[in-house]
Design a protein around this ligand. Structure first.
Ligand code: FES
Ligand code: FES
Length: 159
C-alpha cells in the first residue's frame, strides 16, 4: 500500500507493507535512527515521537495509521546548529547516561512544554511515567526538563 505523511516538515509518500510499524518505517525506510526501538511491547517508551504534537509510542502505531498526519522525530529538534531548549537542558543537567532512552524522553518533554510551559515536578514525572530509564534514576531527567521550562519562560517575549 501507499502512505503519505509529513515527517519533520517534509511531506513524503512511500510504498509500505500494511503491517509495518511506524518505528520501523522511521528507522529502516527513512533512515531516521534517532528514534530508538527497545521492546516492541509498549513498555519502554524509547520509540516516542510526536504525532500531530502528541507523544505516541511509535512501536504501537502502524505506519499506515500515520498517513495524513504530522510526525516529528528527534532529528527535527536541533535547528541550524542550535539545540532545542529541552536538548540543552539534558546537556546542562546531565539528564542522560547511556542515552538510549533520551530521544523518547526529549520528545515527550517537548510535547509537555508545548502544552504546559510551567509544569511542576509532579507533572513532569507524570508526563514521562510511560518511559523507562535504566541509568539515571530520573532525578536529572526531571531537572533537565525543568531547566528547559525555566529557560524557555525566561526567553519568551514579555518576560
Ligand atoms: S519500543 Fe516502543 S515502547 Fe518500547
Ligand atoms: S540514560 Fe540510559 S536508559 Fe536512560
Amino acid at each position: 500500500m501507499q502512505v503519505t505523511m509529513t515527517v519533520n516538515g517534509e511531506e513524503l509518500t512511500r510504498e509500505i507493507e500494511p503491517r509495518l510499524l511506524l518505528v520501523h518505517f522511521l528507522r529502516d525506510t527513512l533512515g531516521l535512527t534517532g528514534t530508538h526501538w527497545g521492546c516492541d511491547t509498549s513498555n519502554c517508551g524509547v520509540c516516542v515521537v510526536l504525532m500531530d504534537g502528541e507523544p505516541v509510542k511509535s512501536c504501537t502505531v502502524l505506519a499506515a495509521m500515520a498517513g495524513g498526519h504530522e510526525i516529528r522525530t528527534i532529528e527535527s529538534m536541533e535547528q541550524e546548529g542550535v539545540l532545542d531548549p529541552v536538548q540543552q537542558g539534558f546537556t546542562e543537567e546531565h539528564g542522560l547516561q547511556c542515552g538510549f532512552c533520551t530521544p523518547g524522553m526529549i520528545m515527550t518533554a517537548r510535547a509537555l512544554l508545548d502544552r504546559n510551559p510551567h509544569p511542576s515536578d509532579a507533572e513532569i514525572r507524570e508526563a514521562i511515567s510511560g518511559q523507562i530509564c535504566r541509568c539515571t534514576g530520573y532525578t536529572n531527567i526531571v531537572k533537565a526538563i525543568r531547566w528547559a521550562a525555566e529557560h524557555e519562560a525566561a526567553a519568551a517575549p514579555g518576560s
